[in-house]
Ligand binder design. Structure first.
Ligand SMILES: C[C@](O)(CO)[C@H](O)COP(=O)(O)OP(=O)(O)OC[C@H]1O[C@@H](n2ccc(N)nc2=O)[C@H](O)[C@@H]1O
Ligand SMILES: Nc1ncnc2c1ncn2[C@@H]1O[C@H](COP(=O)(O)OP(=O)(O)OP(=O)(O)O)[C@@H](O)[C@H]1O
Length: 315
């Protein structure tokens, strides 16, 4: 029996701009993504079936969230299936057991499911001695979803159990500028701050938001080139970076879901350096210089009925 546990981190979007939609229904994006320390734990165990047929591998998924699917609809399952199809024909027969301890809210704009998919690919790379490079891991992740490659490069920074070559790869990064469908990644330095994430009790479909944004006015867009430069030059201290903390998807989600707009206003009143919706929502994050302020805001938001967490950005 082999076993590994992978940390599967949440992300926030420090900026997000959307362009045209391609023939497959995917929009061109230009965004800066930042990994948080807040994470799920994805445990993988391989139980051998002695005497079974080579390449005959079963998959099982368990989670601590009763409402999450544990079959093919779970991204962790699909990641395992992809790896078995691609590399498993010579493996001994057995069952891959995936046990996900979820902390990251589901369908929240935090790439929780995407991270679990990336974690399974990373974990199987280690368990089965595949010696894949981080670039190869990202190509596999791209087949699973737009946010999955970023989750993979972020996890490479935060998992000591991974091979040194993966952890030290030049693509390993907790912050990136992502273009194309969100899968062309350029590593950046990122911010070093305390963060509160909070969501109202509703889920938002990413596909719905991308469909809706085509008919929205977009009064303001981030200058991602300037933001990337400012992050690299580490000018976070003077606050200028926040000029480009703009998520154009707010133009759809805040109008379609007034509870998200209300949450953002409440968080802005707590005097963070910045408050912004993450991804397609409904999670809103607030950036604080001091952890005590983040914790205090988090307590207030919980009292107001929101699901809220305090955490840090990852270096
Ligand atoms: C909103 C973000 O979370 C920002 O980081 C991502 O762009 C979404 O990434 P994701 O959840 O991994 O998205 P996917 O699972 O690849 O796609 C879900 C759906 O969102 C839409 N989609 C996604 C990515 C993209 N660049 N353009 C799109 O229009 C497509 O309709 C797609 O069918
Ligand atoms: N392992 C998983 N964890 C969470 N959700 C999953 C998982 N596998 C599949 N899903 C499904 O994926 C959908 C989106 O969940 P997820 O938490 O990834 O959303 P998200 O945080 O909005 O992601 P993104 O920011 O990448 O759009 C949900 O409807 C959920 O049922």
């Amino acid at each position: 029996m082999k076993e590994i546990t992978v940390r599967s981190f949440a992300k926030i979007n420090l900026s997000l701009d959307v362009g045209a939609c391609d023939a497959q229904g995917y929009h061109e994006v230009d965004m800066i993504m930042q990994q948080l320390a807040f994470h799920d734990d994805v445990q993988l165990r391989f139980v051998r079936f002695p005497g079974g047929k080579k390449g005959d591998i079963g998959i099982s998924v368990r989670t601590n969230r009763y409402y999450l699917p544990t079959d093919r609809r779970n991204l962790a399952w699909r990641a395992a299936e992809l790896m078995i199809d691609r590399y498993g024909s010579s493996w001994e027969s057995g069952r891959l057991e995936i046990n996900i301890l979820k902390r990251i809210p589901v369908a929240a704009g935090l790439a929780g499911g995407s991270g679990n998919g990336a974690a399974v690919i990373h974990g199987m790379n280690v368990m089965f001695g595949l010696k894949l490079t981080l670039g190869e891991i990202c190509s596999l992740c791209e087949e699973l979803g737009s946010d999955v490659p970023f989750s993979a490069v972020g996890q490479a920074r935060g998992n000591k159990v991974f091979p040194t070559a993966v952890r030290r790869d030049s693509m390993a990064a907790s912050c990136v500028r992502a273009t194309g469908r969100g899968t062309v990644l350029e590593p950046l330095r990122g911010i070093d701050r305390s963060i509160v994430i909070a969501k109202p009790a509703l889920s938002v479909s990413t596909a719905e938001v991308y469909r809706g944004i085509d008919n929205c006015d977009i009064p303001e867009r981030p200058d991602n080139r300037r933001l990337a430069r400012r992050l690299e030059e580490n000018v976070v201290g003077d606050g200028r970076v926040y000029e480009d903390f703009i998520n154009v998807l707010e133009n759809y989600t805040l109008a379609a879901y007034p509870k998200v707009a209300e949450l953002k206003e409440r968080m802005e009143r707590m005097h963070p350096e910045k408050a912004l919706m993450s991804g397609s929502g409904p999670t809103v994050f607030a950036v604080f210089r001091r952890m005590e302020d983040a914790q205090k805001s988090c307590r207030i938001l919980r009292k107001q009925g929101y699901e809220a967490y305090w955490t840090r950005t990852m270096k």
